[in-house]
Every structure is written in structure tokens, then in C-alpha cells.
Design a protein around this ligand. Structure first.
Ligand SMILES: Cc1ncc(COP(=O)(O)O)c(C=O)c1O
Length: 372
């Protein structure tokens, strides 16, 4: 029989135990990805309730069976427009979008060049397809170019990257990635999960930089205040995914409340195009406050602010201490981040007041001497 005691003991010894904690509304929350504060917006709630009244709480079938509703199709049109791509296809989550996309468009004849700090779902998608995978150093374009010049295959080659990295808050050199993908005849795939709604007037970093990748992946579950994921690409790709992406074909369509809320979020972002810029300015100010307390927040250039601690137990101790100050910020440890780089990850959102951010920076300032 499979037993778990030894594994759990080892996890504990390495300081890597993960525990579920119920969210407490009285705490100052820094681990939420509700970057624009839209998950609690009255218009999103109203839209979701209306959708439930109209369609019920579930579509109760995959979209290729009877689970396709107008809200799914409307949202796909809006997401395509927002990202500047021809078409978009919804998936059950961002994770399912990444695994569905990469496992279907790549095969064992192909090669995938993947940034070392890419999200786990991008790594898993390529593993499923059995494509050859080369992981280049984080944002290291020389390393990537070395691979591109020296690793060939019978099939297609893909460069895969997050646009805004989820644990460091830094941005991939997308213009350079686009140039390399053109020079070496590769398909560029960009995961914009943390950037959609914030950069490029809500369309993401590719749109901000004027970069046109082969495909963009996004999630509804962060800045769009809802739940679900999507892939944006050309219309042929969409049709291909409908026919080949197993996480799309064999999975129930998103519940009506989810696309309804996301559609409303896009309305709000379109009517208030400064929301993302406002968030980024607030985050920049917050990073400066934390840096002046002696902690490093490098290389963040966004609303995702890592506070580097290094050792696993120390990161947990810092997170526990913050809890005593009513601040909720989870310790991030390997394998989510590389060994020796444990940190507290603070997500700045538009729900945070100036006072909230000042208080948090003050607490970090106070404890800095003790923890380091
Ligand atoms: C870069 C990146 N891609 C994909 C995902 C998965 O998105 P979802 O939460 O919608 O499954 C995440 C989620 O944390 C992410 O950070």
C-alpha cells in the first residue's frame, strides 16, 4: 500500500510543508491576484447573478456537447480584441489552457525552448506532448540563441515564456524574443496570466510592446476578477484546438457566472484604461518603501513584489510574523522558486489603500534587523 509518512516527514524537515489556511476577511491580504479589485465589484457580481438566473449554475456539459452558451462566444470575441489576436478559445483555467495548448500543438518531433522560471503549467504541457525541451536561463537571450542556433529537429520549434513572471514580477524581453523567433523560424508563445488587464491598456505586455506572438495564454482568474483561462491566436489555431486540445474537448464549459463576470471586467477596463497604470505606479511606490527598509525586491517591475529572504524557514518565520500584524503574505519556497531563493510574495492590488501599504512597509522595516 502507498503510505505517505516518510514523504511528509522529509517535506517537513526541508521546511517545505504547505498548509491550507482559510482566508480571513479581517486580514490585510497580499497574496491575492485580484489586482484591480474587480472580484468584489458590484457590477461583476450583478452580471454573474444575472447569468446564473438565465443559464443556471453550470452548463453541465463540455462545449462540444451541449455546454456552449452565448456568453462563452461573446467573451472569446472580446478577449481576441483585447489581446489584438484574431481569435480566442476559453478553457477551464489558465493551467488547462497551457497544458491543452502545448500538449496539442507540439509533438515528439518538435522542440520547445522554455524560460527556466516559466509557470509549471507550461512545463507540464510540453512534457505531455513529449517534445524535446530545452530550458534557457531566466531571460538569458544569449543562452536561448545558443540553443536556437544549435538544436534542430524534424518538426516545429517553439519559444515559450511568461510575459510577467509570477514569482519575481519581472518582464520578459519580448521584443528580443520576437526577433529571435523570426530569425530562427520559431513560434513564440507568451503566457500573459499576470499581465492581462494591467499592461497594454488591459491587453497585456505583448500589446504594450507591439509584439505579435504565435499564441497568447491568459487567465480570467487574476485581474479580470473571475475564473477560467484562454488561448488567443489565429482562427485556424482556434479550430485546431477545438479539435485537438484534450483539456478543452473532455472538460465541462465554464459556468455561466464566470464569463459573465469577465465580460463585465473587460467593460470596466475599457472604460477606465488608466486602472493598470495606476496599479503599477502604486506598486512602484511600494517597492521603493520596502527597499528603503533594506529588503531587496529586485527584479520586480510590476505589481508582484518579492521580498527576498533566501532560506525556507526564514521565509515561513517572516510570513508568520506578518500574520501577527494582521498582514497575510504567503512564504514562497522551492519547488515554486529555485532553491535558496525563498521569499514573501506581495501582490499589490487596487484594494490596498496608501495606509495599508505604508503600514506593511513599516512592519517590514521594523522586523528587518531580526529576520536577516
Ligand atoms: C504564469 C501563469 N500561468 C498560468 C497560471 C494558471 O492560471 P489559472 O490560475 O487560471 O489556472 C498561473 C496561475 O497562477 C500563472 O501564474
Amino acid at each position: 500500500m502507498r503510505t505517505y509518512g516518510n514523504d511528509l516527514e522529509k517535506i517537513e524537515k526541508d521546511g517545505l510543508t504547505r498548509k491550507l489556511a482559510v482566508r480571513r476577511p479581517d486580514m490585510l491580504e497580499f497574496s491575492s491576484n485580484d489586482y484591480l479589485g474587480l472580484a468584489d465589484h458590484p457590477l461583476l457580481k450583478e452580471a454573474s447573478i444575472r447569468a446564473i438566473e438565465l443559464y443556471g449554475s453550470s452548463v453541465a456539459a463540455s462545449r462540444l456537447m451541449s455546454g456552449n452558451i452565448a456568453l462563452h462566444e461573446d467573451l472569446e470575441i472580446r478577449l481576441a480584441r483585447q489581446t489584438g489576436m484574431e481569435a480566442a478559445l476559453l478553457f477551464g483555467s489558465g493551467f488547462l489552457a497551457n497544458t491543452g495548448l502545448l500538449s496539442s500543438i507540439t509533438s515528439r518531433d518538435d522542440l520547445v525552448f522554455s524560460d527556466k522560471l516559466n509557470h509549471a503549467s507550461l512545463v507540464d504541457g510540453a512534457l505531455i506532448s513529449r517534445a524535446g525541451v530545452f530550458r534557457y536561463g531566466h531571460c538569458d537571450m544569449d543562452h536561448l540563441e545558443y540553443f536556437l542556433a544549435n538544436r534542430t529537429c524534424r518538426g516545429n520549434r517553439f519559444i515559450v515564456t511568461d510575459s510577467l513572471f509570477s514569482m519575481d514580477g519581472d518582464i520578459a524581453p519580448l521584443r528580443r524574443l520576437e526577433q529571435l523567433s523570426m530569425r530562427y523560424n520559431c513560434n513564440l508563445i507568451v503566457d500573459e496570466a499576470h499581465a492581462i488587464g494591467i499592461f497594454g491598456n488591459g491587453g497585456g505586455v505583448c500589446r504594450e510592446y507591439g509584439v505579435k506572438p504565435h499564441a497568447i495564454i491568459g487567465t480570467l482568474s487574476k485581474a479580470l476578477g473571475s475564473y477560467g483561462g484562454f488561448v488567443a491566436g489565429n482562427t485556424d489555431m482556434k479550430e485546431f484546438l477545438i479539435n485537438r486540445a484534450r483539456t478543452f474537448i473532455y472538460s465541462t464549459g465554464l459556468p455561466p457566472a464566470a464569463p459573465a463576470a469577465a465580460l463585465k471586467a473587460i467593460d470596466i477596463i475599457e472604460s477606465e484604461p488608466d486602472l493598470g497604470r495606476k496599479l503599477l505606479e502604486t506598486a512602484s511606490h511600494f517597492r521603493n518603501m520596502i527597499e528603503s527598509s533594506g529588503f531587496s525586491t529586485a527584479p520586480s517591475e510590476s505589481q508582484i513584489v518579492p521580498v527576498h529572504v533566501g532560506e525556507n524557514h526564514r521565509a515561513v518565520a517572516l510570513s508568520d510574523y506578518l500574520k501577527t500584524e494582521n498582514i497575510s503574505a504567503v512564504a514562497i519556497r522551492p519547488p515554486t522558486v529555485p532553491e535558496g531563493t525563498a521569499r514573501i510574495r506581495l501582490s499589490v492590488t487596487l484594494r490596498h489603500s496608501r495606509e495599508d501599504l505604508y503600514h506593511t512597509a513599516e512592519v517590514l522595516n521594523f522586523i528587518n534587523g531580526g529576520i536577516r
